[in-house]
Design a protein around this ligand. Structure first.
Ligand code: C2E
Ligand code: SIN
Ligand code: SIN
Ligand code: FE
Ligand code: FE
Length: 365
């Protein structure tokens, strides 16, 4: 195992030799003559974690200045400081703690005690570090599982619709683009990175309720009769019911809650003339508003069993003209803003170039 790095900062050579003597068997020891040298070493050495023994009174840059610097650089997670000083007046000690020192040892000290305190501190930090890593790994693993299950679920729906998995991926990508742009315009929806990831992930199951729509209606090549369309419209409420029917502990998970909003309200209209509930304006949760727009754009530019694909330009014009629902004006602006990223690559431009230009990767029309 690699030895833990310890930096001894003291202007007295005697003190440095003494401390190095005590510690070098167990640790990899580096020495600095003053605060300035210490700061240079801390910023230049590639390491996750530094343990620093810091004297207070030093020429050039004293111990307090070093503490202030560490705080200013936000290195607190990577640099742990133990003060060692003979000036153990209460003012000094409290000032050191105030500036973020982890511990304080007065001089003269007992070598055994110094060793023990350093070892204990490092043990504590190692445990905390392990714990944080475990939590992060569990979170990522969970995220991967969620993604996988949602992907399987949405593919079942798409498979029955006789379509490839491209639609789901597109709605997800457009949803994320729109949300990022929306967050840039306003902070009234509290769109953190986590929330954007959650909504985008949940967007994949917006049409899960179509699983209960009879095959003849779902895949009817032509236009639906009014009666058939009434049945088709039930997919929104049915999808939501499927989610709210989950056991309570699952139904209350953030991902499921946002998926519920999306399933139920992705065919509402900002003017209140949508379905199933006729919600109006901001009564419609923002997740559903955004997915609705992403869904319409993607439906227009894709070929369906009942329609041909429109071009990007046609789709943009139809949406802005209000032919495909009514949307929050700010969302329409967001759609315009990201238009270049939605437009399929021009003929002759390879998929790779389109990808690096921010185009949608799996776009197939
Ligand atoms: P979808 O195909 O994903 O379409 C989603 C929404 O995009 C539609 O919601 C509509 O707002 C918009 N949209 C799609 N294609 C067009 C179009 O050619 N022109 C215009 N102006 N808007 C379009 P909507 O209307 O509530 O439909 C919900 C779902 O019902 C559709 O999802 C589709 O699965 C089905 N559907 C709608 N009309 C027909 C149809 O005439 N034939 C068949 N077989 N299915 C239909
Ligand atoms: C280090 O870990 O090298 C010190 C702090 C830093 O460079 O960020
Ligand atoms: C599909 O699920 O692929 C078609 C219907 C829709 O996107 O709403
Ligand atoms: Fe739908
Ligand atoms: Fe859809």
């Amino acid at each position: 195992m690699e030895k833990q790095k310890i930096l001894i900062v003291d202007d007295s050579e005697m003190n440095r030799i003494l401390l190095t003597d005590i510690l070098e068997g167990q640790y990899e020891v580096t020495e600095a003559k003053n605060g300035r040298e210490a700061v240079e070493i801390l910023s230049e050495t590639e390491t996750d974690f530094w343990f620093v023994l810091l004297d207070i009174m030093m020429p050039e840059m004293d111990g307090f200045a070093v503490l202030r610097y560490i705080k200013g650089q936000r290195w607190q997670d990577r640099v742990v400081v133990m003060m060692i000083s003979s000036d153990d007046s209460p003012e000094n000690i409290s000032r050191a703690y105030g500036l973020g020192a982890f511990d304080y040892i007065g001089r003269p000290f007992d070598p055994m005690i110094v060793r023990k305190r350093i070892a204990n501190t490092l043990l504590l930090y190692a445990r905390q570090h392990d714990l944080e890593n475990t939590v992060r790994e569990q979170f990522l693993e969970q995220q991967k599982n969620n993604d996988l299950m949602i992907s399987i679920l949405s593919h079942i729906v798409e498979f029955r619709n006789g379509e490839s998995g491209v639609h789901i991926q597109n709605v997800k990508t457009i949803t994320e683009l729109l949300l990022r742009r929306l967050a840039w315009h306003t902070d009234s929806y509290d769109l953190t990175d986590e929330k954007i990831a959650l909504i985008s992930m949940a967007s994949a199951i917006h049409d899960v309720g179509k699983i209960s729509i009879p095959e003849e209606i779902l895949n009817k090549p032509g236009k639906l009769t009014p009666e058939e369309f009434e049945i088709m419209k039930t997919h929104a409420k049915i999808g939501a019911d499927m989610l709210s029917d989950l056991p309570l502990d699952q139904a209350q998970l953030p991902l499921v809650k946002v998926a519920y909003e999306i399933c139920r309200w992705h065919h509402e209209r900002y003017d209140g003339r949508g379905y199933p509930d006729g919600l109006k304006g901001e009564e419609i949760p923002i997740a559903a508003q955004v997915v609705s727009l992403a869904d319409v754009y993607d439906a227009l530019t894709s070929q369906r069993c009942y329609k041909k694909a429109f071009t990007h330009e046609q789709a943009m014009a139809m949406i802005q003209a209000g032919q495909c629902g009514a949307f929050h004006p700010m969302l329409l602006q967001c759609l315009k803003d990201v238009s270049d990223k939605l437009r399929p690559p021009a003929a002759g431009v390879g998929a790779e170039a389109a990808g690096s230009a921010g185009g949608r990767a799996n776009r197939i029309i």
